[in-house]
Design a protein around this ligand. Structure first.
Ligand code: AMP
Ligand code: GLY
Length: 430
């Protein structure tokens, strides 16, 4: 039977999901999105513009369109229980239930689970539910810490002492947090992302990716949702050894095993954000979905039949599914409005020139007189591919240069200079 798949979400990540699933002629796509993404709209038979966490509307849209499967892009619908509601209607979901999504939506839950099951890679941490005790703790400490709100913050909630904040500003920040805080040791190293398909028990890893969270070149400036990312033709990264990689995958498998043991099996995309340190890979955070931008790197390379993959994830047969990715490097560059992230200028027209052969993924755009304009978040991304990182980078850069309008992007993402810096840093700390 053919699949009628509902995509929930409206960003670059969901455009990449639509484009990957759209490669199968046995799949018909539908979408619920908070604003119209022209890229997703191109792949879908019907769309509904509306609240991505609005369960009654999502269920009625699913009903109207005889939806058989769903994939949830962002974390907010997972937290709202969209998957629980769809599953109750017999719709098979790629995306965890609200309980299993706590691995992302509740940072204290994630750390406590890792501790309870003695899963390696968990930094020293403490959970505080009131600001006064967090403050008392910090005042007795000499080292730097990472300050993390327990709940979701759209990737912008973490403050690192010694980097973004000092002791006094940390304390001021903690006083503003309503739902408590996790305070954990500040990890030093190089970050990488390992995403995996998961059917509740088996994990199938995707190529490693490195994301760039900081706004400005040289990884400076405020944190963003991610300015771009790259991956190599080997599907590994030169600052992650085979031992590190195996350990990261082992940690993710342990997390999946623990969630299954807790009777909240995880079905969907598990995203592990790691800091590769002198002690090996440590978990910075787990997400219960594809990363954005990282989804664009890996899904551009996906070389397996998406119909078979969706069947295996939702049917619990990933262990017998062969998943292939093209052996190419990728570079993803996000174009963002002037003033992003602090003061993004929305409503500015953009015109896209000749970007072929890169892939274009729309993110947050608006329309004015039928023209595409910037909105308040990241605008669109290009992914270049190539036999080498350099080829992929040039492709992405040429595509980005074709755009006219008040947008900007980081030129350094995917360059050899960035890569060499990473390698040297890890050599230095090891
Ligand atoms: P998150 O929102 O958890 O992805 O964190 C945002 C960024 O904060 C990460 O990409 C890291 O660069 C940094 N970060 C988070 N936790 C730590 C930690 N324990 N030590 C050092 N840096 C961290
Ligand atoms: N790129 C980081 C995230 O999606 O959370």
């Amino acid at each position: 039977m053919d699949m009628r798949i509902l995509i929930v979400g409206s960003g670059g990540r969901e455009h990449a999901i639509a484009s990957a699933l759209g490669r199968s002629d046995r799949i018909t796509l539908f979408a619920v999105m908070s604003r119209k993404n022209p890229g997703i709209a191109e792949y879908t038979k019907e769309i509904r513009i509306g609240d991505e966490t609005g369960i009654p509307q999502i269920l009625s849209f699913a009903d109207d369109n005889a939806i058989t499967h769903a994939i949830i892009g962002p974390e907010a619908p997972l937290q709202a229980g969209v998957v629980d509601a769809l599953c109750e209607k017999g719709i098979r979901c790629i995306g965890p239930t609200r309980a299993a999504a706590r691995i992302e939506t509740d940072k204290a839950f994630c750390r406590d689970l890792m501790k309870r099951y003695a899963i390696p890679g968990c930094p020293d941490y403490r959970v505080f539910h009131d600001a006064a005790s967090a403050e008392a703790f910090l005042r007795t400490q000499k080292s730097d810490y990472a300050i993390k709100p327990i709940g979701l913050t759209g990737g912008k909630g973490v403050r690192i002492m010694g980097e973004h904040v000092d002791l006094d500003t940390s304390i001021e920040y903690i006083r503003l947090l309503q739902d408590g805080v996790v305070i954990e040791e500040r990890l030093i190293g190089e970050e990488f992302t390992l995403q995996a398909f998961c059917d509740g028990k088996t994990l199938i890893p995707m190529p490693l990716v490195q994301d760039h969270k900081r706004a400005f070149e040289g990884d400076t400036g405020p944190n963003t949702g991610g300015m771009g990312s790259y991956s190599l033709q080997t599907h590994t990264l030169p600052f992650v050894t085979q031992t590190d990689y195996k350990q990261a995958l082992h940690i993710m498998q342990k997390i999946i095993d623990a969630l299954a043991e807790e009777e909240t099996p995880f079905r969907g995309i598990l995203y592990g954000q790691f800091m590769n340190t002198s002690r090996g890979p440590m978990v910075i955070e787990c997400n219960a979905r594809f990363g954005d931008p990282e989804a664009m790197n890996v899904l551009t390379l996906l070389d397996s039949d998406p119909f078979d993959l969706v069947t295996a994830i939702t049917g619990g047969t990933l262990d017998s599914c062969e998943v292939r990715f093209k052996e190419l490097a990728t570079v993803c560059k996000y174009l963002v409005p002037q003033g992003y992230p602090d003061n993004p200028q929305s409503g500015k027209p953009i015109s896209i020139g000749h970007y072929y052969p890169a892939s274009l993924y729309y993110a947050n755009v608006g329309y004015k007189d039928r023209e595409i304009v910037t909105a308040s978040s990241r605008t669109l991304a290009f992914v270049g591919t190539g036999k080498t990182l350099a080829e992929a980078e040039i492709q992405a850069e040429n595509a980005a240069r074709s755009v006219d309008g008040e947008v900007w992007y980081r030129h350094d993402i995917g360059t050899d200079t960035v890569l060499q810096k990473r390698i040297a840093h890890l050599q230095e700390i090891r």
